[in-house]
Design a protein around this ligand. Structure first.
Ligand code: SF4
Length: 344
């Protein structure tokens, strides 16, 4: 079958709640129909690569089974019996029922519960205008980064890190707690470029053998929630083996003798018991990042989804501070640069 001819190509941006925020080139067949969706080649981070999910957006947008009208349930829950109704009818019914609930129980009895998914002030945050106007219940609106970001900010004071494009200029890329092959495809673009052009080593740390780990030079599979133990043992080795940048620490960190004394007890043997890693794995990882000034730590969210998630994030973030990786181009850490923009 002939492919429809694109009338023009327009620039857009991926709407998903994904740190890549890919720049898109979207073919328009006509005013109602999109064609191919591609990653913009001239955007330095997207670099022409987007994930499979969004590359197939055309199928989703124009899928014949896509829900286009409100449905009212007419049978019992789970019976799958629905009646198509108009938008005006749906809005009137919801407004009437909300008002009834407010009158009977007070406005706080209604809780607009939402988080991200697709972004944008209208799509994501517009509902807050209704919440505030009506006095509905509020929420601390994250189900995602509530542990990760405080742990990161405890180290940096700001939710910001190295421009992730600079992963391509690293000599070692540590992908910690994120399955980038499936969820952060751009990380792989830049990590692979570093490997191809500079011979960079790729380390992947996770709780199971992921598709990302299959591409790593060093894969560390540890027990869930034990990442902080690995991190402090790595710091122990860095100090023990003379790989810590003490001049950098004294200038830019609050490292002191009390912390050093604490780390003296956090041996690789101690961490091996907790993490399930071998002593050799812990020492080899510490030696690799300790001897590679431009080590880039791409810190994900997965390893922070624990009751000790903030501590895990903070401990992992301390490693590049101890090696002084931040002062070398291609080195340092990145979780999100959301703190560098004040959009909300
Ligand atoms: S990787 Fe996929 S979901 Fe994430 S911003 Fe790019 S296109 Fe969107």
């Amino acid at each position: 079958m002939n492919k429809p001819v694109a009338a023009r190509t327009v620039r857009s941006v991926c709407p998903h709640d994904c740190p890549s925020a890919c720049a898109l080139d979207v073919d328009l067949i006509d005013d109602e129909t999109i064609g191919r969706v591609r990653g913009a080649k001239d955007d330095p981070y997207t670099a022409g690569v987007i994930c499979e999910k969004v590359a197939r957006y055309t199928e989703r947008i124009h899928h014949p089974e896509r829900l286009l009208h409100p449905l009212r349930r007419v049978g019992s829950k789970g019976a799958g019996q629905w009646q198509t109704i108009g938008w005006d009818e749906a809005l009137d019914e919801i407004a009437r029922r909300f008002t009834q609930i407010e009158d009977e129980f007070g406005p706080e009895s209604i809780w607009p519960y939402f988080y991200a998914g697709t972004m944008g002030h209208v799509q994501r945050d517009g509902i807050d205008r209704l919440r505030h106007a009506k006095g509905y219940s509020r929420q601390y609106d994250t189900i995602c980064i509530g542990t990760a970001w405080p742990g990161y900010i405890a180290g940096t004071g700001l939710l910001g890190g190295v421009n992730p494009e600079q992963m391509a200029e690293a000599d070692c890329v540590v992908i910690w707690g994120t399955n980038a092959v499936h969820t952060q495809v751009n990380v792989m673009t830049h990590a692979m470029r570093a490997r191809k052009e500079r011979g960079a080593k790729i380390v992947v740390i996770d709780i199971y053998h992921t598709a990302t780990m299959a591409q790593a030079d060093m894969g560390l599979v540890l027990r869930p929630g034990s990442d902080g133990a690995l991190a402090v043992a790595v710091m122990h080795v860095l100090l023990r083996d003379g790989l810590a940048d003490r001049a950098y620490m004294s200038r830019y960190t609050d490292f002191d003798s009390g912390f050093e004394a604490h780390l003296a007890t956090r041996t690789p043997e101690w961490a091996a018991e907790i993490t399930g890693l071998s002593v050799a794995e812990i020492v080899d990882f510490a030696h690799l990042v300790g001897r590679t000034p431009a080590s880039f730590f791409r810190l994900g969210l997965g390893f922070t989804r624990q009751r000790n998630g903030s501590s895990n994030m903070h401990a992992a973030l301390c490693i590049p501070a101890m090696t002084g990786a931040w002062q070398h181009r291609g080195g340092g850490a990145f979780q999100s640069n959301s703190g560098t923009f004040k959009a909300r």
